[in-house]
Structure formats: structure tokens, C-alpha cells
Design a protein around this ligand. Structure first.
Ligand SMILES: [Zn+2]
Length: 163
């Protein structure tokens, strides 16, 4: 068993081989699950540990079917994030994961713009807004980051508890 993969790999099945010599092939678990025979009931446990799918009788056929539909991508952050962005089976969490893992140029620019606006406000000393992150400005920024998917909802949760 390979060690448990963190982050974006958690959403993807990893091929045994590296066909190009550099990268494994990555296949979105939900895209493989979509090839499950219709006679097999949905197993909610799989959602918590996709690796369990490998034990299912139908797994090899479902994987082969997903591969025949070219659902696999290079096991490289950008390509995997791109799959999650365009895949209609990807959840909101997975889309946010894609943004965190490999932000597009536009997402990076928007994050920078927000940062710049915040710094400018602090420099101008407009309205006595505290530069302190625990102030209202900080909370709004965290909310914006959470909405853009750059911060995990649980981070937001945690910060609220701390403040
Ligand atoms: Zn997919």
C-alpha cells in the first residue's frame, strides 16, 4: 500500500505505472464511481475513503471504462486541478481544493488585488480600521478568502473560535 496521499491526490486514483516516466496517471474517483454498474447500490463509505473502491468487484471494469473515456489526466497538480474545475461530478469542496492547489492566473490576481486593497486601507489609516487581523477588516478578508476557496471553511471556523 502506498502511503496515504494528502490533498488533491485524495480525489484521484493513482496508476501503478508512470507511462511517461515522470508522472502517474490520475483518475478522479468520482469519475470511476460513475462507471459503477447501475445494479450496484451507492456505498456511502466510499465517500470517506475512495481507496476502498479497489476492493469492489466492479472496480477494474469501472476504471477501464473511465480510462476508455479518457477521464484520466497526468498526475500533476495543474492537470488534476483542471480536471476538478471542469468535471461536473466534482463537489464544491473539490472545486475549492483545485483553487487552493493550483490557482489560475485570474484567481491569483484577484487574491493579490484584495491584499493590496487591504494594505492601502491600512496605510491610509482610513476610518480607524485596525490593521490587526482580529479586527473587522481581518474578518471580512477571511470571509472573502473563504468564499474564493483560498481558505478552508474549517480554517474560518477555527479563526472565529480564536477571536
Ligand atoms: Zn471527474
Amino acid at each position: 500500500m502506498p502511503p496515504k496521499r494528502a490533498d488533491i491526490w485524495g480525489s484521484f486514483h493513482q496508476s501503478d505505472e508512470k507511462p511517461n516516466g515522470h508522472h502517474y496517471r490520475a483518475t478522479h474517483w468520482r469519475c470511476i464511481d460513475a462507471e459503477r454498474p447501475s445494479t450496484v447500490a451507492i456505498d456511502i463509505e466510499l465517500e470517506n475513503n475512495w481507496e476502498l473502491m479497489k476492493n469492489e468487484e466492479w472496480f477494474e471494469a469501472a476504471l477501464a471504462s473511465a480510462l476508455s473515456k479518457k477521464k484520466d489526466v497526468n498526475g500533476e497538480k495543474g492537470a488534476m486541478a483542471a480536471h476538478l474545475r471542469r468535471c461536473e461530478l466534482a463537489t464544491a469542496e473539490e472545486k475549492a481544493l483545485a483553487t487552493r492547489t493550483a490557482p489560475t492566473k485570474r484567481e491569483r490576481e484577484e487574491a493579490e488585488k484584495r491584499e493590496k486593497a487591504k494594505r492601502k486601507q491600512a496605510d491610509d489609516g482610513e476610518g480607524d480600521v485596525e490593521a490587526d487581523d482580529e479586527g473587522i477588516g481581518g474578518s471580512i478578508r477571511k470571509f472573502a478568502l473563504a468564499r474564493s476557496g483560498l481558505m478552508r471553511p474549517d480554517d474560518l471556523h477555527q479563526t472565529h473560535h480564536l477571536s
